[in-house]
Ligand binder design. Structure first.
Ligand code: PLP
Length: 411
């Protein structure tokens, strides 16, 4: 039997307990949606203030050189490289994950010598699939989307496949795929692999170089807390930089953008994935957010994330009221990212009822209630509180009460 005293004890010995103060979350809010949009921290708020009032305002256009705005995409890329287990010069921060998927998949196809099939999972995040569909239309006959179940990835690989596109942590089920084993199996058949790290960057230990990954993309607004719509990133292994081609040949991916040459010549490094001018203010938020990783390791975060989820599940199991919630995806937490997903007949209504009680998760169609666990600002006492609220809400039948089922556009 887990007691509230146990939560207090665990919090007292938590080495990350002081980071909660940095995050500007309202008192009484247990924020379990950092896997969708991370909250603002004081270091980000102050970083933004500085960019606006001490850079943009006084120095205007001179800021591109004076404050290194032009280098932000590569500078943040190298910050991310340290978090994602990559050497420098292989990651650039830019654009959205969707756009970077387009570039990465096209670049992977450009290395694939005549093969055209792009394999992904049937329940991958829609944008990963949609981007392949878009490329298929554009590349008429040189790109074809094929699908498999997540459980059958390894047995679906064959030497007709050009590119494998996978999301390391499934956005619905939370399942964590084995990056090293899958990449190796794909390479044995000559397949180029693109990993989407949207739900794993900054929360699951990743070793891109060690796993021999070809390409990777991901968001910075989830566990990395870079802010709403913050720029994404793209990784390309150094060994591919001289031979790949990516189709969005914007001027900032040129070898010498300020020569203003009429003809495109790709940059020799990772900067060839840059397209146009980047959102400096959003980039500055990401740069400030990532300084946290100079103090805290992803391994530390993973250890606490697993402990938080274990506490949450154990406490949930103590209450018969929660029998209507069915955990989706692996029961073994080592095979999950930092997210628990539950099927419930009235998942949307339950999600809304819980938000009113201060427990913020989200809903994913058709019937999933999702909770993300970010160890930087969540405590074991938050877990205790969240489970109490879930139990009380279920006992009171709030999921089907009127007012809780009015769907908003964003769920
Ligand atoms: C796995 C995955 N890939 C890509 C995206 C979308 O990225 P963006 O909207 O930044 O293009 C998301 C968004 O939640 C996601 O979960």
């Amino acid at each position: 039997m887990i007691s509230s005293d146990e939560a207090v004890r665990l919090d007292q010995s938590d080495p990350l307990r002081n980071y909660r103060r940095e995050f500007l979350l309202a008192e009484g809010t247990c924020y379990l949606d950092g896997n969708s949009l991370g909250p603002v921290s004081s270091r980000v708020a102050e970083g933004l203030q500085e960019v606006v009032s001490q850079q943009w305002q006084p120095d205007l256009i001179a800021s591109w050189n004076k404050h290194g705005w032009i280098d932000l995409p590569l500078r943040i890329g190298d910050q991310l490289a340290r978090i994602l287990g990559a050497g420098p010069g292989q990651i650039v921060c830019c654009d959205s994950t969707s756009i970077n998927l387009f570039k990465a998949i096209a670049a992977a196809l450009s290395l694939s010598q005549g093969r055209k099939k792009v394999l992904t999972t049937a329940d991958n995040f829609p944008t990963d699939r949609y981007m392949v569909e878009g490329l298929s239309k554009l590349m008429a006959g040189r790109c074809e989307l094929v699908s498999c179940d997540e459980a059958n990835i390894l047995t679906s690989l064959n030497d007709e496949i050009a590119v494998l596109v996978l999301t390391q942590v499934n956005f619905r089920t939370g399942r964590l795929l084995d990056m090293k084993a899958i990449t190796q199996a794909a390479h044995d058949l000559g397949i180029v692999v693109v990993w989407d790290l949207a739900h794993s960057a900054g929360i699951v230990p990743i070793a891109l170089d060690d796993c021999n990954v070809d390409f990777a993309v991901g968001c910075s607004y989830k566990f990395l807390n870079g802010g709403p719509g913050a720029p994404a990133f793209i990784y390309a292994a150094k060994r591919h930089l001289g031979s790949l081609e990516q189709p969005l040949s914007g001027w900032l991916g040129h070898r010498n953008p300020f020569d203003f040459s009429p003809d495109y010549e790709a940059h020799e490094g990772i900067a060839q994935f840059l397209c146009g001018t980047q959102a400096v203010i959003s980039m500055s938020a990401v740069e400030a957010a990532l300084t946290l990783y100079d103090e805290v390791s992803v391994e530390q975060l993973r250890e606490k994330s697993l402990a938080l989820m274990a506490f949450f599940l154990n406490k949930l199991a103590q209450h018969s009221e929660t029998s209507a919630l069915h955990l989706v995806g692996p029961k073994n937490l080592a095979q999950r990212g930092s997210q628990l997903a539950f099927e419930h007949e009235h998942a949307y209504g339950l999600c809304q009822a819980l938000i009113k009680r201060g427990v913020v998760g989200d809903f994913r169609a058709p019937n999933i209630l999702r909770f993300g666990f970010s160890p930087l600002y969540l405590s074991f006492q938050d877990m205790d509180f969240a489970v109490d609220q879930i139990v009380q809400s279920l006992a009171a039948g709030e999921a089907i009460q009127s007012g809780n089922n009015q769907r908003s556009l964003v769920t």
